[in-house]
Design a protein around this ligand. Sequence first.
Ligand SMILES: [Fe+2]
Length: 135
Amino acid sequence: MVQWSDKFTTGSDTLDYQHQTLIDNINQLEKLLLLSHPTREDYEYIIQMVDFLEFYAHAHFKTEEQCMEAFRCPAHAKNKQAHADFMRFFSNFKAHNRAKGFPREIVIELHGVANRWIVEHILQVDTQLRPCMKG
Ligand SMILES: [Fe+2]
């Protein structure tokens, strides 16, 4: 589980709120994936959460890119590229596994990648916005 802390702050309340929502959802997905005997309904909910995460990440990335551009953040181009790469990874992953009905191990793998990516990305790229918002 990822614990929100001040090290994730970007200087924008909106972006911080969206990051917290993303992290909450990733943690929620992790809890569901830890269920020892998921029902069919649990599993359908898991798949819906994966779709929601993709949708939410996409909307959030747009907001964040506009903010970085408006505040002339030097990380803007790198951020935009990283977002595009992540969305491409996510949609390829889904395209390859939808026909197989998303086996649990596959969703666990997707969760692990998304979890690591989001934490690293916020800390290394998104937080570069902080000094720009102050300046
Ligand atoms: Fe970002």
